[in-house]
Design a protein around this ligand. Structure first.
Ligand code: HEC
Length: 139
């Protein structure tokens, strides 16, 4: 009878202190590793696809009125623009802004017209296409 009560007491203390050990629940599950499909679900648009989209946008816009890929018309040949600037993210942004806002001074006195209807994202694709024309890759 005494034994039982000592056992009962030690069990009660053990539960109260939660210090018996050996019963820890670990909850790592196989699902945490994800499936191969999940990691491939959102492919990044490749650099060459963005440049191809930029080319289509330039061809669909009024750019060709003033720009030719290799000849100066009213504006500089886009290949000359590519040679003048390094293909960096900063220059993509700078040329995209110029496409949207227009302006003069970098090539002469004739201003480029503003293109307020072109989104920043589309203007950046156009700038990437222009900057790719000398064969340089973005860096
Ligand atoms: C009305 C004529 C005209 C049209 C239309 C035009 N451009 Fe231009 N563009 C110019 C001129 C002129 C310049 C040179 C501006 C300068 O000297 O800073 C220029 C410069 C540029 C430059 C170089 C900017 C710089 O600061 O060096 C890029 C890039 C460019 N144009 C892209 C485009 C794109 C893309 C389009 C179509 C959305 C377009 N242009 C439409 C006349 C035009």
């Amino acid at each position: 009878m005494k034994r039982t009560s000592v056992f009962g007491l030690s069990l009660a203390v053990c539960i109260a202190l939660s210090s018996c050990g050996g019963k820890k629940e670990t909850t790592a599950t196989q699902e945490d590793y994800g499936t191969p499909e999940a990691t491939e679900a959102a492919p990044q648009t490749s650099a060459s696809e963005i440049i191809a989209q930029g080319e289509s946008l330039v061809k669909a816009s009024d750019c060709k009125t003033c720009h030719h890929p290799t000849n100066k018309i009213i504006g500089p040949a886009h290949t000359e623009v590519a040679k003048k600037y390094e293909f960096t993210a900063a220059n993509v942004k700078m040329l995209a802004d110029k496409i949207i806002k227009g302006g003069s001074g970098n090539w002469g006195e004739i201003p480029m017209t503003a293109h307020p209807d072109i989104s920043e994202a589309d203007a950046e694709k156009m700038a990437r296409y222009v900057l790719s024309l000398d064969g340089e890759k973005e860096h």
